[in-house]
Write a protein that binds this ligand. Structure first.
Ligand SMILES: Cc1cc2nc3c(=O)[nH]c(=O)nc-3n(C[C@H](O)[C@H](O)[C@H](O)COP(=O)(O)OP(=O)(O)OC[C@H]3O[C@@H](n4cnc5c(N)ncnc54)[C@H](O)[C@@H]3O)c2cc1C
Length: 241
């Protein structure tokens, strides 16, 4: 059910040069499914219409009473909203509306033979973190889960320790990083996520793909999946603009 409620900023952590993890508590119960997003609705002086900005929820969903959510947001230096968020003091209240969106898990019921493949770039990791933790922690998913995550440099990797811990604890979770601007000390994969899809050790026919990031990245990933004959029904995406 979509609700309009107030969200209070309760925690703010810097994850990289320009990305923050925000935790909000909500006035009313806020139930959502992994992959969904919410809208901030901000009244601005001298503007006829309120400013609306969408953010994917990165926290793990719960079916019981839940009055908080987490976000992973890139601060755009000249953006209208993200600098406001970055500079907000703890305790600041915002109007939000959600949950919204149809970017949700598919083929997870009694289908442990289906590989769930999450392909993200930058803050496109936000819904993927929610999906992966929902599968591993809530749903005890036994099938293979792959995260292919691309950022520019080592310092830009988001939630690295958390994903490393999960991959140690759950042998069915495979965590793959690629850096597009790595320095010489990086021994891992280089380039964009779309350069490495082909190399994933998965059965492409029995996999479901989730893609999230900016439009150009999402479109490039679809092109690779087209070339690998992955049917459209096995893919879903969220574009951040
Ligand atoms: C479904 C969905 C989910 C999303 N989830 C996330 C998420 O989880 N995390 C996340 O970080 N983002 C997410 N986004 C993107 C988010 O909604 C915003 O678009 C983003 O945060 C930028 O908002 P802003 O108001 O700060 O920037 P905007 O004001 O919208 O500006 C966008 C860009 O334009 C540039 N710009 C603006 N004005 C000018 C100007 N006058 N001259 C030159 N350049 C200018 C800014 O620098 C910036 O790069 C999502 C988008 C969608 C649609």
């Amino acid at each position: 059910m979509v609700v309009k409620t107030k969200a209070t900023l309760v925690e703010k952590n810097q994850l990289s040069n320009d990305v923050y993890h925000f935790i909000f508590s909500t006035q009313d119960e806020f139930l959502y499914e992994a992959g969904q997003f919410l809208n901030f609705v901000v009244e601005k002086e001298n503007q006829e219409r309120p400013l609306r900005r969408a953010y994917s929820i990165t926290s793990t969903p719960s079916s019981s009473e839940i009055k908080f959510f987490e976000l992973c947001v890139k601060i755009e230096e000249y953006g209208e909203f993200t600098p406001i968020l970055q500079q907000s003091e703890l305790g600041t209240q915002f109007n939000i509306m959600g949950p919204l969106g149809l970017f949700k898990l598919k083929n997870v019921d009694d289908s442990s033979n289906i590989t769930q493949v999450f392909i993200a770039a930058g803050t496109g990791i936000a819904p993927m973190r929610s999906f992966i933790k929902d599968l591993l922690l809530n749903k005890n998913y036994l099938g293979k889960i792959v995260l292919l995550f691309g950022v520019r440099t080592y310092q830009d990797i988001l939630y690295d320790e958390e994903f490393k811990e999960l991959s140690k604890k759950y042998p069915n979770f495979n965590y793959v990083i690629t850096l597009s601007r790595a320095d010489d000390s990086w021994a891992g994969l280089r380039g964009y996520v779309q350069d490495h899809i082909d190399d994933l050790e998965i059965n492409f026919v029995d996999s479901t793909f989730y893609i999230c990031g900016r439009t150009k990245m999402v479109d490039s990933v679809h092109e690779v999946l087209d070339s690998l004959n992955v049917v459209k029904e096995r893919r879903s995406h969220e574009k951040f603009g």
